[in-house]
Design a protein around this ligand. Sequence first.
Ligand SMILES: [Zn+2]
Ligand SMILES: [Zn+2]
Length: 139
Amino acid sequence: MSEVVATRIRDAGLRVTPGRVAAIETLEALGGHQTVDEVARGLSERGVKVARATVFNALGDLVTAGLVVIADAGPGPTRYEVATHDHHHFVCTACGSITDVPCAESGPMCIEPSGVDGTVTEVQVIYRGVCASCAAAES
Ligand SMILES: [Zn+2]
Ligand SMILES: [Zn+2]
């Protein structure tokens, strides 16, 4: 188990468990935006036998601690990614691929809301369209 990852988990105020370390390591190794099932599959491919529920709980704990974020890409299974920088997502309506899009301004509040009665803490924008490879396949 990676001492670096263990330290990150500890610094985030969580108890270091093999499930949490394995979940974040697998998410990092896979990259991008992964579902619970994809992380569980990635773990078993690495020879780590963890129940799906354990993966689900570990990811949930990591989200609460801010080490992992839920990538909002619209309907479908919840997708997780390692928390790095604030960004948005471009979702291809043809193949479902999800690509990171940098914020217009840096920081979680890149779009100032107007007419919101309450406190906004986060903005996630979903851009939808057709990705370059799908557009190329169509023409
Ligand atoms: Zn596509
Ligand atoms: Zn992302």
